[in-house]
Design a protein around this ligand. Structure first.
Ligand SMILES: NC(=O)c1ccc[n+]([C@@H]2O[C@H](COP(=O)([O-])OP(=O)(O)OC[C@H]3O[C@@H](n4cnc5c(N)ncnc54)[C@H](OP(=O)(O)O)[C@@H]3O)[C@@H](O)[C@H]2O)c1
Length: 209
């Protein structure tokens, strides 16, 4: 399967590395492709690079790995998202990581769904650091990756992708669960940066049966 990723920064690159390591082809879409030629070259022959429009056209699954503030313009630049699974990996962060600008009676993901009404929007890949997405291996077990969205088949596709790259991907049901998934990401950010835990940790899911 080919996966398109809008944005080639920390998260775009990390997810691209992980998918490529597992044999998937990745299409990176950025405003100025020339800027990311060496990034794409370093990812190897399974990485393609182009404009946002080219990346959206290239795959059924399109991951948004951009600042949340850029999402409305990106999503609105596409005439019709029909047939696309649009994965929202963003967090609506306030400047200086001071908190979230959206929540808890609405979420960034639901806003994106409102701007792309024909897309099957799924929230995922927002609750852990980029380096954990590049390499999800932990000695204690699989890191937890919550996934939510209103279309069950789209959710299943994203759960399969997250599982492929080493997460315990858990189905959280409807997209409105992003109201909880986004503050959960803020918990990771708070622990990493405000509480001094650093970036080398992830959340896991413990079960009694
Ligand atoms: N970093 C993490 O550990 C982490 C973890 C989970 C979730 N997130 C979330 O993931 C998102 C990306 O974070 P990041 O750390 O990867 O950011 P980043 O390193 O700053 O990269 C952002 C990428 O988005 C691109 N971009 C910006 N505006 C764009 C537009 N209008 N159209 C297309 N591409 C555009 C940038 O391209 P240019 O360089 O050309 O501007 C860049 O490639 C954020 O919403 C963040 O909250 C981050």
């Amino acid at each position: 399967m080919r996966i398109s990723i809008i944005g080639a920064g920390n998260v775009g690159r990390a997810l691209a590395q992980a998918f490529i390591r597992h044999g998937e082809e990745v299409y990176l879409g950025v405003p100025v492709p020339e800027k990311y030629q060496s990034t794409a070259a370093a990812l190897g022959p399974l990485a393609k690079l182009g404009t946002v429009a080219q990346a959206v056209a290239a795959s059924e699954v399109v991951i948004l790995a951009v600042p949340f503030t850029a999402t409305r313009a990106i999503v609105s630049s596409v005439a019709d998202w029909q047939g696309k699974v649009l994965v929202d990996a963003t967090n609506p962060l306030a400047p200086g990581l001071a908190g979230l600008t959206v929540g808890t009676t609405i979420s960034a993901a639901e806003q994106i769904a409102g701007w792309a009404p024909t897309a099957k929007v799924v929230k995922a890949f927002n609750t852990t650091g980029a380096e954990n997405m590049a390499d999800a291996a932990f000695p204690q077990g699989l890191p937890f990756m919550p996934v939510c969205g209103d279309d069950a088949q789209a959710r299943a596709k994203v759960i399969a992708l997250a599982s492929l790259i080493g997460f315990e991907a858990v189905d959280l049901g409807p997209l409105s669960a992003a109201r909880y998934v986004e503050p959960f990401a803020m918990t990771w950010i708070h622990m990493a940066f405000k509480q001094g835990l650093g970036r080398k940790f992830a959340f896991g899911l413990l079960r009694k049966d």
